[in-house]
Design a protein around this ligand. Structure first.
Ligand code: SF4
Ligand code: SF4
Length: 199
């Protein structure tokens, strides 16, 4: 029908107008930022941060460099720690992320096998010096595991359950829990008499 598109557009405009004035929460409105902020969805993601357990020196990252090699724009820089004899330690001495290059894809979080790096909700990171101030060092990237629980409680529960199951699996079986190997415990294989005799 001629003019149907125009009419449809006007109806949408009228609908949004009425919603805004009659039902402000559903209509189109402006938040008085920065005084007011909209709540963020749990899966909202911005830049990555590193997790520690307890105190910052208990950093989870083992400097495996998987995230560094998988990061599409290559904005993660890791140098593992070395001991006095020059042996590589499972800890990063340097862990920098260039926020000026990071494209917030979340791949580093996805590929990390140690639940050490996660996407943050922090978005107020404006700086005067793009080159230096947005190169974020390990110390500034570190946040406690409790912080993650606060911003993403659903993912926190899921990851905690996964880690608990993994550590239970890795726990060595205590001698008392091992199956009995005493001779009177009965046959355990056909050679030991489990095959029924004919007649
Ligand atoms: S979010 Fe994407 S671009 Fe940013 S550091 Fe992680 S992998 Fe790299
Ligand atoms: S953050 Fe994860 S993937 Fe990246 S180096 Fe550390 S342990 Fe490896």
């Amino acid at each position: 029908m001629f003019g149907w598109g125009v009419l449809k557009g006007m109806l949408v405009t009228l609908w949004n107008f009425l919603l805004t004035y009659l039902w402000p929460k559903k209509g189109i409105f402006t938040v008085q930022y920065p005084e007011k902020k909209l709540p963020l969805a749990q899966r909202y993601r911005n830049f990555p941060f590193l997790v520690y357990d307890g105190t910052p020196h208990m950093i989870r990252c083992v400097a495996c460099k998987i995230c560094e090699s998988e990061c599409p724009p290559k904005c993660i820089y890791i140098i593992p720690e070395k001991d006095a004899e020059g042996r590589v330690q499972k800890k990063p001495a340097v862990f920098d992320i260039d926020y000026a290059i990071c494209m917030n894809c979340g791949l580093c979080e996805e590929v990390c096998p140690f639940d050490s790096i996660f996407m943050d909700h922090e978005y107020e990171i404006s700086k005067y010096n793009r080159a230096e101030d947005l190169m974020v060092r390990k110390e500034a990237l570190l946040k406690p595991w409790e912080y993650f629980a606060k911003i993403r409680p659903h993912d926190f529960e899921r990851i905690e359950a996964k880690r608990a199951a993994k550590s239970a699996k890795a726990k060595p079986v205590a001698p008392a829990e091992k199956p009995s190997q005493k001779p009177d415990a009965g046959p355990t294989s056909p050679q030991q008499g489990s095959v029924p005799k004919n007649g």
